[in-house]
Design a protein around this ligand. Structure first.
Ligand code: SF4
Length: 402
């Protein structure tokens, strides 16, 4: 695909296949009914235990290493600053989002607890064991934030509240604030309020798609998935009212067929509403309905990363930016010296998400290598060094200074 071609048509997902009834809804795991024995590492060669939230949660490989329940080392980083807890059920997520490794269409191929998600395995861990480890000394924990990731399941609202309550009973949310990555499809405004009342700090909505058309194609009727753009915006507006300014946000995946302009106009809308955007670079997740498609070209990703950072933290405005006929940024609407200084600081190219304890524009949620391989980093989970910045400048197609 040429960089100058509008990519919408070529980013179409595959159609989901038909699942035999005997493999639907986690039937295999429930029929085997193997009792879990502590931590479960995803393993395709043994029978998957019957685990469910709130007793069990899954966490990223990075969080498992940081928590000390997994061995392993990460490229150029020792830990993650965000403990992402993902609700888990044998039935799995009942949605079918085309870019997601957790999607329902995989139920014939792989049990839920064994599915890869944002490029890594997610071990399942007893919630109480997780809380016990962090509660030993929350102030000295490497985690700056905890995040409960809801999935689309009839029990996820109630179980999210239970996980939040059990956590905050032992760990002061002022010491380790809690974010909610919501599932609007099953939620009401009252659910949003209940989470705020239980001590949640930030509420996010994973719009993921930058336009209603891409939303419908990748996570709505286009892939037999239950989500709707209108419902996601309804809950996002509820979160704005309930959680207040700077305490709500939206996830956006860049590179699913939208233009750079589409994303930055949405980022501006979120900032004008009082919120933030958390950005992900599209990566073809193995086993997903988009695993045959190309990752986002780095020049596109870098320009959107920089534009988003300018709007979110530096007073930039989408309407001051200039775009070419294909919606690509050609002018960020910022003086050259100022732009050069911001690029040189490197923060714009770090992973974006809910803030940690270092500074407001540095995300606790650093998701090491969640949207790229270490050989071609999209979101830097650490401050980019001089070599990284030279590479970033080349990718931005901004002439490098000596
Ligand atoms: S709702 Fe979330 S977890 Fe479920 S398939 Fe969609 S993106 Fe994946």
């Amino acid at each position: 695909m040429s960089c100058f071609e509008h990519p919408v048509k070529s980013m179409a997902p595959r159609a989901p296949g038909v699942i035999p009834v005997e493999l639907k809804n986690g039937a295999r795991v429930k029929a085997n009914d193997i009792a879990p024995q502590g931590v479960y590492m995803p393993n395709y060669n043994i029978l998957t235990p019957n685990m469910r939230s709130p007793q069990y949660v899954q966490m990223s490989t990075a969080a498992g290493i940081t928590l000390g329940i997994m061995n392993g080392r990460m490229h150029r980083t020792a830990c993650t600053r965000c403990l992402n807890l993902l609700l888990t059920y044998p039935e799995g997520c009942r949605a079918n989002c085309a870019y997601c490794g957790l999607a329902r269409h995989r139920e014939a191929e792989r049990d839920y607890a064994d599915r890869n998600f944002i490029r890594v395995d997610w071990p399942a861990v007893p919630l109480q064991r997780t809380i016990d480890i962090v509660a030993r000394d929350p102030a000295k924990s490497p985690f700056h934030r905890m995040c409960i990731s809801m999935i689309t399941h009839p029990r996820s609202d109630e179980d999210t509240r239970t996980v939040l309550k059990q956590w905050t009973d032992r760990i002061d949310p002022k010491t380790i604030p809690v974010s909610i990555l919501s599932n609007p499809t099953t939620m009401t405004r009252a659910d949003v309020k209940r989470l705020k009342d239980l001590g949640a700090d930030i509420f996010t909505v994973a719009l993921d798609a930058a336009t209603p058309e891409i939303f419908e194609r990748t996570r709505g009727k286009g892939v037999r998935s239950p989500h709707s753009w209108a419902k996601y915006w309804e809950i996002l507006m509820d979160a704005r009212d309930v959680f207040g300014p700077q305490k709500f946000g939206a996830h956006i995946i860049v590179g699913m067929g939208e233009t750079e302009r589409d994303v930055l106009v949405l980022v501006q809308k979120l900032v004008d509403l009082g919120g933030h955007s958390h950005m992900f670079c599209f990566f073809p997740e193995n086993g997903s309905l988009m695993d045959h498609l190309p990752a986002t070209p780095r020049d596109q990703w870098r320009r959107v990363q920089l534009g988003r950072y300018l709007i979110d933290y530096k007073g930039g405005r989408a309407e001051r930016m200039k775009f070419d006929g294909n919606g690509r940024v050609v002018d960020f609407g910022v003086a050259k010296d100022e732009l050069e200084k911001i690029i040189g600081e490197g923060v714009a190219f770090r992973t974006s998400g809910c803030p940690g304890k270092f500074r407001d524009d540095v995300s606790a949620c650093d998701r090491p290598y969640g949207d790229s391989p270490p050989s071609n980093i999209a979101s830097y989970p650490f401050p980019p060094n001089g070599h990284d910045l030279r590479k970033i400048r080349r990718q931005l197609r901004i002439v490098e200074k000596d």
